[in-house]
Write a protein that binds this ligand. Structure first.
Ligand SMILES: NC(=O)C1=CN([C@@H]2O[C@H](COP(=O)(O)OP(=O)(O)OC[C@H]3O[C@@H](n4cnc5c(N)ncnc54)[C@H](O)[C@@H]3O)[C@@H](O)[C@H]2O)C=CC1
Ligand SMILES: O=C(O)[C@@H]1CCC=N1
Length: 364
């Protein structure tokens, strides 16, 4: 039992215990490392049993603090999920602005609104296309075609334009910073292949964060990673953790890994849709009604993903083997997939997407 564990931000350990009833996991970290605790009934007794802390040496515990998180998870157990404990009071001071009101901006906005992480009156979108502005205004957020208006009303600026537009909007940001020297913006880019160095163009003191989310922000099930530049503070990290944690799972990675994240999970929904489309077509070919085939394909992916996430210690190959009965139907199908190079096609596809993100970083 480790009663010295501290709970900043919670009025008392009991309060934490109360909140933890709603949570499967929360995470703890100190300055050097990140780990998890499982919010099990042991936490309800003001103390936490060592068995519920698989990744953390007991002697390090007294310096750990329980942190408040949205749905964020960190460290080497990105498979573990948290549900909302509390939002930080810091978030009351955060006003979010978006350059670009396209698909990804909408997905993130809806993720934030669904979780009530930021009130709609504290969100602004700068979008050039009027029809998109009208669509987003229905969410209750403020819309404008004027970058300066959005910048004046926000302190955390998401770049959600296509990568080739980034230099254009950064010029606006630089001009705004020159005219408003006392206001320091936090710039959060979700743009593929735009590195931290480019994000600081025009102002080497700019605080920049690179996030690679995916479209599942829309349903709070994104798989995202982020990296910070050296100007960012711990508070900035907490802001991005809270914002993007509201949209799904989140992990911090070094910048050199962001292009791989782009290739794997940023683009990933497209590969999975392709798989589901093929499964659905196959069902139709075998005589199933299309609606039934579609639902079976989608739910199969959802169920398999859920089982894999809930059993992080079981190798994915082992999970597959459990479906493959000896001499049965599945192994007959798996043999065809192996023969046609299914796995190597996926591996090469993700390499190609990663290379493309790297190319975009260098040339565009
Ligand atoms: N689509 C996806 O699944 C993912 C996209 N991303 C990144 O997100 C970024 C945005 O992608 P999408 O939302 O898919 O693109 P999108 O084309 O749907 O949205 C971009 C929006 O920016 C607007 N825009 C263009 N110039 C502008 C300007 N100067 N000021 C304000 N608005 C302007 C456009 O009118 C458009 O509505 C890209 O950089 C992409 O790399 C990242 C992860 C996943
Ligand atoms: O295809 C793209 O470039 C963007 C980035 C990740 C997903 N879509």
């Amino acid at each position: 039992m480790f009663s010295r564990l501290t709970f900043p931000g919670f009025r008392s350990a009991e309060r934490f215990a109360d909140l933890s009833k709603f949570s499967t996991y929360c995470y703890i970290r100190d300055q050097k490392s990140v780990s998890f605790i499982r919010a099990l009934p042991s936490a309800l007794n003001r103390s936490i049993s060592s068995r519920s802390i698989p990744l953390c040496p007991p002697e390090a515990l007294s310096s750990f603090t329980v942190r408040k998180a949205g749905r964020a998870v960190f460290g080497n157990r990105p498979d573990l999920r948290t549900r909302s404990l509390v939002t930080t009071s810091k978030m009351n001071d955060v006003s979010v602005g978006f350059y670009g009101g396209g698909m990804m901006a909408e997905a993130i906005l809806k993720g934030l609104l669904n979780r009530k992480t930021i009130a709609p009156q504290n969100m602004w979108v700068c979008e050039l296309v009027q029809a998109r502005r009208e669509e987003l205004a229905k969410l209750g957020v403020s819309v404008t075609a004027d970058g300066e208006e959005m910048l004046s009303n926000s302190n955390t600026i998401f770049l959600a334009v296509k990568p080739n537009i980034v230099p254009i909007v950064l010029e606006d940001v630089t001009n705004f910073e020159k005219q408003n020297r006392r206001k320091q913006l936090l710039v959060v880019s979700i743009c593929a292949g735009v590195d931290l160095g480019s994000l600081a163009a025009g102002n080497p003191r700019r605080k920049c964060i690179r996030v690679m989310p995916n479209q599942a922000c829309l349903v709070g099930e994104a798989a995202s990673s982020f990296t910070l530049n050296k100007k960012c503070t711990q508070e900035d990290r907490e802001v991005v953790e809270t914002l993007m944690g509201s949209c799904g799972l989140l992990s911090e990675v070094p910048e050199k890994s962001i292009n791989a994240v782009t290739g794997l999970s940023g683009s990933g929904p497209a590969y999975v849709y392709m798989m589901m489309e093929a499964m659905s077509d196959a069902g139709v070919r075998e005589g199933l009604p299309r609606a039934v085939a579609r639902q079976l394909a989608c739910q199969t992916v959802l169920g398999a993903a859920k089982m894999a996430l809930e059993q992080p210690d079981v190798h994915l190959g082992e999970l597959r083997n459990r479906v493959e009965s000896p001499g049965g139907t599945t192994i007959a199908a798996s043999a065809i997939l192996e023969n046609r190079g299914f796995r190597s096609a996926v591996i090469e596809a993700i390499r190609e997407a990663t290379n493309r993100a790297e190319e975009m970083s260098k040339k565009e």
